[in-house]
Write a protein of this length. Structure first.
Length: 327
């Protein structure tokens, strides 16, 4: 499965895919013993012949191209994957310049659809990036699409925006599956609802990946009392605090107003609040510690807020491998 990572940021899709498909023990990455020159190395294990130590059943997923226009996110991606990509505007790239591939992964920009944003939708240049995905898919006859966006995409413009997205995919010959998944059910204490969309080109095998059944959680949830958190929203910051699990935002480092706050170590003994650290934000998204190290804290917060939760990607890809025997 050769894939390209559009709007790839710090590599959340790629990291989740690695976790799901590489033969490994544990989470497959060791930040202490397998870190050299700032690059995280996977722990490879051949397994014991009975499936233990292997998630992939020898199926290989390979990233053949990556693109993002944020130079700091690209810097973080290059550090962790040993690549040398440059920040690039996808609208300037011709489809013929992109390697042949089977799958497009894309967490296309969500700010313009988010409830926390202006919700300008397709009238905002960021909202039109979906059509860049479709431009490439049409030209390359990409077999599969694996997309992610905010839950607010579903009701934006009274549902017309999502209808347009589905109709556009269907007109290009894609059969579509979609579902809203919450990160808190996939092993991280973060209330993060995102819509995941999978498109399969007509004539290609169509594994039934979505929806997950409600009683079939791929990864056990984490007890929410492990991390007692206050989420600070812009409008709520001066008036009241809402207790719950944190939701990381794309601009969470700007001004500090919407950076999730956490009780100190013993929340029952003190009312003091502090910011989540960049490492804690990395953990909330399923990345290894210090994945974003090397840029300012402001950029680290932003990168974590923009990223996809890697645990959810891992779970979907595992299911994909289980359902698709043609890979």
């Amino acid at each position: 499965m050769k894939y390209i990572d559009l709007f790839g940021g710090i590599g959340g899709f790629s990291y989740g895919i690695k976790q799901a498909t590489e033969k490994n023990k544990g989470n497959g990455w060791n930040t202490k013993k397998h870190c050299k020159d700032g690059k995280y190395k996977p722990i490879i294990n051949r397994g014991d012949g009975n499936g233990r130590g292997s998630y992939s059943n020898n199926r290989k997923w390979e990233c053949v191209w990556y693109c993002d226009n944020d130079k700091y996110a690209v810097q973080t991606y290059n550090k962790n994957y040993g690549t040398n990509y440059k920040a690039t505007d996808i609208t300037t790239i011709g489809a013929t310049d992109i390697p042949d591939h089977d799958l497009i992964c894309g967490g296309f920009p969500c700010q313009t659809f988010s409830l926390a944003g202006s919700r300008k939708g397709f009238s905002d240049i960021r909202g039109t990036m979906f059509f860049e995905i479709m431009r490439i898919a049409k030209a390359k006859r990409t077999k599969y699409l694996f997309l992610e966006n905010v839950k607010g995409l579903l009701n934006h413009n009274k549902g017309k925006t999502f209808t347009t997205i589905l109709q556009t995919m269907e007109k290009l010959g894609y059969e579509v599956e979609w579902m809203v998944l919450n990160s808190k059910f996939f092993g991280v204490p973060q209330n993060r609802e995102r819509v995941f969309i999978i498109g399969s080109l007509s004539g290609e095998p169509r594994p039934e990946i979505l929806p997950f059944r409600e009683d079939a959680k791929e990864i056990p949830g984490v007890s929410q009392d492990k991390l007692s958190v206050f989420t600070q929203e812009r409008k709520e910051f001066r008036t009241h605090k809402t207790e719950g699990t944190p939701t990381l935002k794309n601009r969470m480092g700007t001004g500090g107003n919407n950076v999730p706050m956490v009780h100190s170590l013993f929340p029952r003994l003190t009312k003091e609040l502090r910011r989540l650290t960049p490492i804690e934000c990395e953990r909330l998204q399923g990345f290894p510690d210090n994945w974003t190290e090397g840029v300012s804290d402001t950029q680290r917060y932003k990168q974590c807020g923009n990223a996809v939760t890697t645990n959810v990607i891992k779970s979907i890809v595992r299911r994909w491998n289980e359902k698709d025997n043609t890979l």
